[in-house]
Design a protein around this ligand. Sequence first.
Ligand code: NAD
Ligand code: GLY
Length: 365
Amino acid sequence: MSDIMRTLTVNLGDRSYPIHLGEDVLTRVGELLRQAACGEKVGIITNPTVAGLYMRPVEEALSRSRFKVTPLLVPEGEEHKSLESLSAIYDRLISERFERNSSLMALGGGVIGDLTGFAAATFLRGIPYIQVPTTLLAQVDSSVGGKTGINHPEGKNLIGAFYQPRLVLIDVGVLRTLPQREFLAGLAEVIKYGIIEDPELFGLLEEKLDRLLTLDRDLLVKVVAASCAIKARVVEKDEREEDYRSVLNFGHTIGHALESLTGYEKFLHGEAVATGMAQAASISMRRGFCDEESHRRIHKLIMRAGLPTKIPSNIDPLELVRRMEVDKKSTGGKVKFICCAGIGRNRFHWLSPQEITAELRLIDG
Ligand code: NAD
Ligand code: GLY
C-alpha cells in the first residue's frame, strides 16, 4: 500500500467496516474487495461523467483480482436519484443473476452513493455494497454512516434505509477532476466538523486553507481522514439518528430550507449549508451560547473558502422558516436547532418558527 494509505474503522459491532483512504486507492480496489471477502460478481453503479474518468482503472483493478464486473450507468443528476433509476438497477441485477453474495459498488458522488446503497439494502433483502466516493462531499459525509435513499417528487430523501456499506474506499486523487465549485461545497461539510467537534481541524483549516485549495495530497488525506473520523464517531454513538447524530445537521436547518425555497437551483447543498452555518453561529451568539471570537472566526473561514454566509436579500425569513416547518426534523411546533457553543462545541436548542424568524430578521449578514 502507498505510504499515505490510512485505515479508519467505523465500529458498529457486526456491521463494522473499514475506510481505506489515500492516493491511488482506485488501482487497489480489487485486492481491497478480496480482503473484505466480496463475492465474484460486482456491479459498478456510476454516471457517464464519472465513468468517463474512472471506470477504466476500477474495472481493470477488479478484473486483475478476478472479479466479474457489470457496469450500470445512471444518467447524471440529482433527479435520477429516483424510483425509475432504482427500478432499472433491479432489472439489470435480475437479468445478470446477481446473488446474495454479489456486491454493488457506488463509484461517484452522493447521488450515486445514496442510490446504490438503497439498491443494495433492498435487493434480495440486502447485498453488500462498497462506497467509492468521488466528490469531497461524498468522501467526508455521505459515503460514511449508512444513510441511503432516493427522492420522491414530493421531497428529497423521502424513501430510504439505514444500511451500512461493507467498506469505503477513498482516493483523494480523484478530487483533481472535480469542478472547484463542487470542491468548495464539500469543504463546507469539513468546516462543519471543525465547528461542531474539532477545534484542531478548524485551526488547521484556518492555517492551511490556501494550501488545501491547491489540493495538496498530504493535507487532503489529513483533512478527509479527520472528517471521516468525526463522522464515524458520531455514527457509532447514534447510528439511526435517534438523538446525537442530528448534530451533523449543524447549518442544515436553514440550509435545507434555502435549497428548497430556491428550487434546488441556486445553491449547491454545501453552499446552502455554509449560509446556514454562518446564520446558526449568529443565532448561537445572540442566544449567548457562542463567544464573539468564535463567531468571527466561523464567518471569516466560510468567506475565505469562497462560500456564502448571507441569506439573499430577496428571501423573506418568514418564507424560509415556513420551509423548516415541513422539514422532517421538526416536532411539537419547535425545531431542533443545532447551535455552536464555541469552536469545537455544540448544543441543541429548541426554537419555534417565530423565534427563528425573529432571529433571522435581527441578524445583519
Ligand atoms: P453529486 O453526486 O451530484 O456530484 C456532483 C457532480 O460532480 C456531479 O455532476 C458528478 O457527476 C460530478 N463528479 C463526481 N465526482 C467527480 C470527479 N471526481 N470529477 C469530476 N466530476 C465529478 O453531488 P454530491 O454533492 O456528491 O452529493 C449530493 C447528494 O448527496 C445529494 O443527493 C444528497 O442528498 C446526498 N447526501 C447524502 C448524505 C448521506 O449521509 N447519505 C449526506 C449528504 C448528502
Ligand atoms: N449527513 C448527515 C448524516 O449522515 O447523518
